[in-house]
Design a protein. Structure first.
Length: 266
């Protein structure tokens, strides 16, 4: 499901520069001018989300095209918040900000209206050959398809078990739900508030890490990561909120990667 704030355009980003190129009316050939830059700088081109595109060929005009250098693969699993549902343009969602700041190769598994600890996704993450993982879900488990504290805790345990079966050594950062003012103290049909569900998720992560003596799982409590005034609709962060979320998560991702590198050197 495409984010409603995304324009039907290619977004071209490099350090200090953003340009947009609208889709051609005939969906044929489109020429994308690249911004002036130093030769080593990477250019990122985001495809429009609202249309399905098939790219037949890429042809350089007046230069060459070379693959961008790959950083460590970082897989992020979450809901519309991780997808970037309410940012003003592509590249401003918190996973993109963290990946850019740390030089990571991002795989964003942010699914609007979903992300309730689906086992199929946990298996996909386990088979992704990622160097690091972020697991960020729980908000949608309060509404739409609600659950209670017992089920959400068990779902998190099974989800982390499946991820660890495929990726036994990598850093996993788990972020519990950010603030949602209308849900914090309101009970869903099974009697659970978002505060209850957040607490159950956090306890489940701690128990899992402790029972397995797994020092590579880091819990980041989400409640205070994004101020309520940085939510654009009471649920989704705006650009400022995504910057706040990225600032709160990035140090833990960096620390996990450094720990993994240190262990490999020993």
């Amino acid at each position: 499901m495409p984010a409603p704030t995304m324009a039907e355009a290619f977004v071209v980003r490099t350090a200090g520069s953003v340009t947009r190129v609208r889709l051609p009316n005939d969906f044929g050939t489109v020429e994308i001018p690249l911004p002036p830059r130093e030769p080593p700088q990477t250019v990122q081109i985001y495809l429009p989300e609202h249309v399905e595109l098939v790219i037949d060929a890429i042809t350089p005009v007046g230069g060459d095209i070379a693959p961008a250098p790959r950083g460590p693969r970082w897989v992020v699993y979450g809901d519309s918040i991780s997808q970037g549902w309410s940012v003003t343009e592509a590249g401003l969602a918190w996973p993109s900000l963290v990946a850019e700041s740390l030089g990571l190769d991002l795989v964003n598994l942010g699914f609007a209206g979903s992300a309730r600890g689906e086992l199929l996704t946990a298996d996909a993450i386990g088979g992704s050959d990622a160097a690091a993982v972020a697991v960020v879900w729980g908000t949608n488990a309060w509404s739409s398809l609600p659950t209670d504290v017992g089920q959400i805790a068990e779902t998190m345990r099974v989800f982390l078990t499946a991820v660890r079966q495929g990726l036994p050594e990598v850093s996993v950062v788990v972020v519990s739900p950010i603030v949602r003012p209308d849900a914090e103290d309101a009970r869903n049909r099974f009697g659970a508030t978002l505060s209850d569900l957040r607490g159950a998720l956090e306890s489940a992560v701690r128990r899992f890490a402790e029972s397995a003596a797994d020092t590579r799982i880091t819990l980041v409590p989400g409640l205070d990561l994004v101020p309520a005034e940085e939510l654009v609709d009471g649920i989704h962060p705006g650009d400022a909120g995504h910057r706040s979320l990225a600032a709160g998560v990035a140090p833990h991702v960096a620390a996990g990667l450094e720990l993994l590198a240190e262990n490999r050197r020993q």
